[in-house]
Design a protein around this ligand. Structure first.
Ligand SMILES: CSC[C@H]1O[C@H](OP(=O)(O)O)[C@H](O)[C@@H]1O
Length: 351
């Protein structure tokens, strides 16, 4: 089977386990995990076995449903209390992608709305809400693909960073959605994927899923992107995002901001693909976005049989960076293509 035939995130047939592809093993090994406990789910999110803002939100929705299913009581107040504990626990796994807390809040709202009703009824409504979150993700990514496709033309060279593909969502991806839709319509894009150190989501995941779909894909080291731009090989940059502030500043995988600076210098449009669920009105600017710091070992010894740097050397390993709104040509959401001044457009979306 093709990697794209597998669900990134799903429940098993008895709605008793979260089923994911272990993305830390890709592309060399396809391992499907069945996660039953909250710790297994927390660990899977933290270790990036399941990853990508939308996919993390979908996983959290199903994950906290599984927690609720296991709360054996008819006392609604106790049920809600235990639900909140489970939700707060999953929410502690990763701080930057707003989809995690956004999905958990949607699930918590179901529990609050169910006060006065039965626990059994609340559990059924939680399952329905988790499924709705996933279906909305699929519909949103497809719409982003349609709108993103209107910004490029057949034969264009498109650069992307990290993995904002199907493996970061339920289907299509965000940044890859225009690529997949265009491919089906014969656009013959030339896609360039930054390997994306230190966890290599671009080399391991994006190039894997796009090449599996038959697209023309080239992997490059992150530091090579500006040279490609200078050679005139890139007509657009598409990336995903993990959180967009109210002024349009966008947090995405570390290494995105330098791409935006280089694109600005070479006059290349730089597009952020953002489901509206990734826009966080409580973050006024990018300075308000918490950037996840990850273990030093990801930099010093993740991919080599021996260390690549001296023991005890200091390491800087922020998982994300923030691209200032002024560097972003447009933010492609399912509700429309937003252009500067983003604050007004974003307010209009949420009015
Ligand atoms: C569809 S946006 C996915 C977004 O998430 C990735 O981060 P991670 O691999 O750490 O979960 C990256 O920032 C992507 O752009």
């Amino acid at each position: 089977m093709n990697i794209l035939d597998y669900d990134t995130v799903a429940l098993d047939d008895s709605d008793s386990a979260l089923v994911i592809i272990d993305q830390t093993k890709l592309p060399n090994q396809l391992e499907i995990l069945h996660l039953h406990t909250q710790k297994e789910i927390w660990d899977a999110i933290y270790l990036l076995q399941v990853r990508g803002a939308p996919a993390i939100g979908v996983a959290a929705g199903y994950g906290v449903y599984l927690a609720a299913k296991g709360i054996d009581t008819e006392d609604y107040a106790f049920f809600e209390q235990e639900f909140v504990k489970a939700s707060d626990y999953l929410n502690s796994s990763r701080p930057t992608a707003v989809n995690l807390s956004w999905a958990l809040k949607r699930m918590k709202d179901v529990v609050i709305a169910g006060r006065g009703g039965s626990v059994a009824d609340a559990k059924q409504k939680l399952l329905a809400e988790a499924k709705a979150i996933q279906q909305e993700d699929i519909d949103t990514c497809r719409r982003i693909g349609e709108l993103g496709l209107s910004l490029v033309k057949p034969g264009d060279g498109i650069l992307t960073h990290c993995n904002a593909g199907q493996l970061a969502t339920s289907r299509y991806g965000t940044a890859t959605a225009p690529m997949y839709l265009g491919h089906k319509q014969g656009y013959h894009f030339k896609i360039y994927c930054d390997e994306t150190r230190p966890l290599l989501q671009g080399a391991r995941l994006t190039s894997y899923e796009l090449s599996s779909a038959g697209l023309d894909v080239t992997v490059l080291c992150d530091g090579m992107a500006a040279s490609l731009m200078k050679q005139g090989k890139i007509q657009a940059v598409f990336t995903g995002c993990d959180r967009v502030a109210a002024n349009g500043d966008a947090a995405n995988k570390i290494g995105t901001m330098p791409l935006a600076i280089a694109a600005k210098y070479f006059g290349i449009p730089f597009y952020i693909c953002a489901p509206s669920s990734t826009i966080d009105m409580s973050s006024k600017t990018g300075r308000d976005i918490k950037i996840e710091q990850r273990p030093a070992e990801e930099v010093t010894e993740m991919w080599y049989k021996e260390r690549m740097a001296p023991k005890d050397v200091k390491v800087f390993n922020p998982a994300f960076d923030v691209t200032d709104a002024e560097l972003i040509t447009a933010i492609i959401t399912e509700k429309g293509i937003l252009r500067a001044p983003y604050t007004e457009f974003i307010k209009a979306i949420f009015k």
